[in-house]
Design a protein around this ligand. Sequence first.
Ligand code: DHB
Ligand code: FE
Length: 288
Amino acid sequence: MERTSARITASVYTSHVPAIGAAIDQGKTHEPYWQPLFAGYESSKQWLRDNRPDVIFLVYNDHATAFSLDLIPTFAIGTAARYQPADEGWGPRPVPAVQGHPELAAHIAHSVIQDDFDLTIVNRMDVDHGLTVPLSLMCGQPPKEAFAWPCPVIPFAVNVVQYPVPSGRRCFNLGRAIRKAVESYDEPLNVQIWGTGGMSHQLQGPRAGLINREWDNRFLDRLISEPEALAQVPHIDYVREAGSEGIELVMWLIARGAMSDNAPVVKHRFYHVPASNTAVGHLILENT
Ligand code: DHB
Ligand code: FE
């Protein structure tokens, strides 16, 4: 029978280090420092061309760009038609504006809020490296003559910058509510969900530069095979083991919770240390 509703076909997980965006924008991807990192994304770009979604639901964190200490939404869904790349101090990145999907975003907001998750609805915001670097890594730089990302994107911002941050358990359960919302949208859209940020890194204080390969790789193992148990890890473990910014990894649990309960197919797994101050992790999981 022909499918009439939307569904989540795959999830993508990747770090968002801003220096990666700068390396792309400044043509440095073939330099010895960067080449091994970008090599890890070559097959991912081909995978995305072969498995082009209708919409990407992109879970990321804002870094005091769209929000500030004036206003700290724990979970914020972008319902706008368009988002401009932000100026993060060096001018906006030379990447396309992001086209939204207001209809699907509004439907997800309705469903998820009725499912007891409090979302902030955002009708206007700029997007920073948290969202544009994952798009660049997966899509490459769009050609000048067709200067656009391959499909609409729904930005979903999670507060992992200012305490209190949401627990992994809440993020995983929110992912499940997002899955239910997508599956009740009455149009046969192919939706991917991306979980971004991480892996281990700490940007300040005496432990600046902290990277924990063993913990990161165990996180990847468990994200694949026992995500619900992984979701029980308390935030203090992330901070102690993966550094203060390692807490960005709870966002990966939203994407994982949105996947089917069946074991996913691992299409790609990559880990590289370091990019700037950060351990870069990357996974592509397909629903069966
Ligand atoms: C770095 C990593 C981040 O996640 C971020 O938001 C800013 C900087 C870094 O490694 O330099
Ligand atoms: Fe970050």
